[in-house]
Design a protein around this ligand. Structure first.
Ligand code: F6P
Length: 380
């Protein structure tokens, strides 16, 4: 039997190191074990396999990749796998296309004798992987097949792991951007509104704002953090204390919930605020920037590569031993994750049901942000 690996969804730094770790661990235990790479995410499963997969991967394929960002086997999103809304005009056609995709993927996996498919990605990817697992079992009920998920997303929003591969690098990239912007806005005594990725969760924005020493952070999970009046009051408190500049970090999820013009309208409000103008002696200048996809780029951090090594190797253990240790079997589709320094295994259904894992008001990081950032009623 063979083991397939693919990366899916947004690329995350450290995915290459995870593929390498899975390869090395699998081969170390069983040198004859056959490994396949499926290229470009799930699309690589549903195409002609000679052009979209690499069979019998050998050590040369994973050489010189541990330091590279992105994913050398390619990734992608497959909107066709989403269940179409029932009132979609072409509902029946879309459903049929989805079934065809899944059937071709299942047949390809069967023909390649894949019994374990390692999928590195986020919750959207795991939803797709679960469908593929279900389709495989429906078409080939007598052939064992398991999906093993490895968390790889800069959003860090998966249930079943403290950290996802890519998050630490993205965090460092965003903090680096904040530090660079700090130089220029301090020189001009400006405020900057900096948009940060994270999908529907605020983890990346929140933690980078804390680590980068931002004055304000707005996250989708806590509505009062996006209130423009409250942000203005906080900046008024800042100019009264002779703050020279302000960094306002906003998670992209806020823009989805509060409207795409959230940054622009905050900019106008701050520039037009009379109390701020009175203290500065002129209107405040505000610029809007976005870290964008740069957050996902560059060499993975040491922490991401270590996590990738740990989880890639754990996925190999589950594929070959049926669990993390000999004799310790886990059932069904699963995801490997970390709890502190330990590897844990969680059923994929549970990961999907409880993701995205969002920031809550009693999250330690959120409570910390209230102590470390600018407050409208700051007592000092
Ligand atoms: O899930 C990772 C992520 O980078 C999100 O933070 C962001 O919302 C999304 O992917 C961007 O997707 P794309 O690369 O398709 O523009």
């Amino acid at each position: 039997m063979s083991i397939g690996i693919l990366t899916s969804g947004g690329d995350a730094p450290g995915m290459n190191a995870a593929v390498r770790a899975a390869f090395r661990s699998l081969k170390m235990r069983e040198p004859d074990c056959e490994l396949l790479f499926f290229r470009d995410g799930f699309r690589g499963l549903a195409r002609r396999l000679d052009s979209s997969s690499d069979r019998n991967v050998d050590r040369r394929a994973v050489r010189d990749i541990i330091h590279r960002g992105g994913t050398f086997i390619g990734t992608g999103r497959v909107p066709e796998l989403l269940l179409p809304p029932e009132d979609a005009p072409n509902y029946a056609d879309r459903l049929a296309a989805r079934d065809d995709f899944l059937k071709v993927a299942a047949i390809n996996l069967y023909q390649m004798h894949v019994d374990n498919l390692i999928v590195i990605g986020g919750d959207g990817s795991f939803r797709g992987a679960r469908l593929i697992g279900e389709a495989f079992r429906a078409h080939f009920p007598r052939r064992p097949f398991r999906v093993i998920g490895i968390p790889g997303t800069i959003d860090n929003d998966l249930h079943g792991t403290d950290y996802s591969i890519g998050y630490d690098t993205a965090l460092n990239n965003v903090v680096d951007a904040i530090r660079k912007l700090r130089d220029t806005i301090e020189s001009h005594r400006r405020a900057i509104i900096l948009e940060v990725m994270g999908n529907s969760s605020g983890w990346l924005a929140l933690q980078s704002a804390i680590a980068g020493g931002a004055a304000v952070v707005a996250i989708p999970e806590v509505e009062e953090t996006w209130d423009h009046d409250q942000i203005v009051r906080r900046l008024v408190a800042g100019v009264r204390r002779d703050y020279r500049y302000f960094i306002i970090v906003v998670a992209e999820g806020v823009l989805r919930r509060a409207g795409a013009d959230w940054c622009e309208s905050l900019r106008r409000k701050l520039e037009g605020d009379r109390a701020i103008e009175a203290h500065l002696g002129h209107p405040m200048e505000v610029r809007v920037n976005s870290v964008g996809h740069v957050a996902r780029g560059g060499s993975p951090s040491a922490l991401d590569n270590t996590l990738a090594g740990l989880l890639g190797s754990a996925a190999a253990d589950v594929a070959q031993l049926g669990g993390l240790r000999p004799g310790e079997k886990v059932d069904g589709d699963v995801m490997v994750g970390c709890r502190g320094p330990h590897v844990i295994v969680t059923p994929l259904d549970e990961v999907i049901a409880r993701s995205p894992r969002l920031v809550t008001r009693d999250s330690e990081l959120y409570e910390l942000s209230l102590k470390l950032m600018l407050a409208a009623e700051q007592p000092f």
